[in-house]
Design a protein around this ligand. Structure first.
Ligand code: BDR
Ligand code: CA
Length: 317
């Protein structure tokens, strides 16, 4: 049965790739997007989401603008990673369709409550919209089918501070609300995403298809690869968010452990750090399933095959 997906995102280069992967995957159906601040302002992220949908001829997917600021912390955007406009060197035309007027968190509540047990929520940005939705309508804990989250660095170093991953660092209070909500969560931390590296050769393979989709991927990832090279000495670019999307329909790509995971809110050097109680020292029950191993090349291959199909399909439709 096709999984029905609601996506909460901050597009964002790898977020845009996750949107394309969702559209390219027949196992899932993308039924709406809420946008949150993060890689770029929510206003710009909303435009990016609409433009990416238009690029893939999927303007039927509704987009809702969500929160522009974290719950407590000051705003932190990531122009050095994703470019000022959020999609690297890519230039997409202004979207013809506009975002819906409803707020992102209200949309999530309305959809999830309208058909309990139906929707899979995928969160690939800071968790502000999801936390607000939980506070406003706690019954979504029981009504949501499952939640996939890209965030955290369990045994891995951080990518925003030495100890913290971007999404949990930008809104750690929201992450705290979501982690302790009781929703059935699968977490995709940097431990697995940092093994999933898209290389220039992979992009060149896509460019063999003459279509605007490979061109977009190439222009966006060129910026992202330069960032990885300059800041992290990594060749290629880490595609965190598409891996999280892939796990909704190909869970076998990762190995998981049920763990009690928390996020540091103490305000010191480890603010936003995520940690698992592997030795059960707190005696607290597991609050999520954490991906800790990944078949990285299988995932990259899946991603490339799906992008090839999407590019070919968009050429004929
Ligand atoms: C996460 O932060 C952003 O840079 C990416 O879009 C991803 O969601 C990785 O830490
Ligand atoms: Ca993201």
């Amino acid at each position: 049965m096709t999984k029905r997906i609601l996506l909460d995102t901050d597009p964002g280069i790898d977020d845009s790739l996750a949107i394309l992967l969702a559209l390219a995957s027949p196992e899932i159906s993308l039924e709406g997007i809420s946008v949150v601040h993060g890689n770029c302002p929510a206003e710009q992220g909303t435009i990016n989401a609409l433009s990416v949908l238009e690029l893939a001829k999927a303007s039927h997917v509704p987009v809702y603008r969500g929160c522009e600021l974290p719950l407590v912390q000051p705003s932190l955007l990531a122009p050095e990673t994703h470019g000022d406009g959020g999609i690297g060197y890519a230039k997409l035309s202004e979207p013809l369709i506009q975002a819906k007027v409803q707020k992102g968190s209200d949309f999530l509540i309305e959809k999830i409550m309208s058909e309990p047990g139906e929707f899979t929520l995928v969160c690939i940005g800071p968790l502000t919209n999801a936390a607000l939705a939980l506070r406003q309508e706690p019954r979504i804990v029981e009504a949501v089918k499952e939640v996939f989250i890209m965030g955290g660095a369990i045994r891995h170093e951080g990518n925003t501070t030495p100890l913290a991953e971007f999404n949990t660092f930008v809104d750690p209070h929201a992450a705290h609300v979501v982690f302790h909500s009781g929703m059935p969560i699968t977490l995709t931390p940097l431990d697995v995403t940092y093994q999933c590296i898209l290389m220039q050769d992979d992009v060149n393979r896509l460019l063999k298809i003459d279509s605007p989709i490979p061109k977009f991927i190439a222009d966006a990832t060129r910026f992202y690869m330069e960032f990885h090279d300059e800041y992290q000495s990594i060749e290629g670019c880490v595609i965190n968010d598409p891996l999280t999307m892939a796990l909704t329909f190909a869970p076998e790509l990762c190995n998981y452990q049920e763990e009690y995971v928390d996020v540091d809110l103490s305000g010191g050097v480890s603010m936003g750090n995520t940690f698992a109680d592997f030795y059960k020292m707190t005696k607290k029950s597991a609050n999520m399933k954490v991906a800790l191993g990944v078949r990285a090349r299988d995932f990259i291959e899946l991603f490339l095959e799906r992008m090839e199909k999407l590019a070919l399909a968009s050429n004929v439709s």
